[in-house]
Design a protein around this ligand. Sequence first.
Ligand code: BTN
Length: 262
Amino acid sequence: MPYTHADGSAIKSFLPTERAIGITVLDTVNSTNTYAKGLQDSALPMLVLAREQTLGRGRFDRRFDSARDGGLYMSLCFCPEGSPTPAMITAAAGVAVCLAIERLTDTLPKIKWVNDVYIGERKVAGILAEGSFDGCGRLCRAVVGIGVNTRSRVFPEPLRAVATSIEDATGFAVDINRLCTEITEAFFSLLCDKAKTMRLYQELSLVIGRAITVITMGGTEDAVAEDIDGEGNLIIRNEAGEIKTVCTGEISIRLKPEAKRD
Ligand code: BTN
């Protein structure tokens, strides 16, 4: 299949006719999330894509490498119904990316809590969910940014050892516009079904049962990931045997001692 690049009419043609969504495709932009956050409030959900990002953003202010036509860089901007929690939105996005990739490649990725999508032991996609809240603390506007490395390429350091693309990991050169459509449809469908989303979020976890290091505002702790609860929190057992619930933060997976290299 020839390589594709983001194209609004192709996406429209793949979406079901009842999907009411505005689509903006930019050639280049600093960040589709930043652009989407600057859009006027509207009842209609918006999908913003770009062929490249000059300042693609990840969690914790990290950069997301967004080489031209090297991946899918998309942001969904919408006013959530039914007050979903940010954790639920994050889980729905992660599961949607996994299901979409599976549909197009027959490979089912896994999710490294909170929301990095992995094929094997390498990251293929990342998600950055941002939102604004009303006076009662309810999420009134969400921007969910999704970056998927699709095309085979040499990643810059220090990503080289940890990143992959769908093409490198599965051999499939996926159609970016179809991938975008599959993610969008799966995401909005999962958002209406919390039980299903959280079950899949748990089933697709890359980390349950593994030795991890948890990095939170409170510090760093070695632990084993025991489970993910129905709210998307990570349940850990630390080295003192205490069970703890981690709501936010970051984890790294610890390699087995024999696999460690100097
Ligand atoms: C992460 O890996 O921490 C999250 C990466 C999220 C990247 C996507 S690409 C589209 C959207 N625009 C951004 O600037 N970031 C997200």
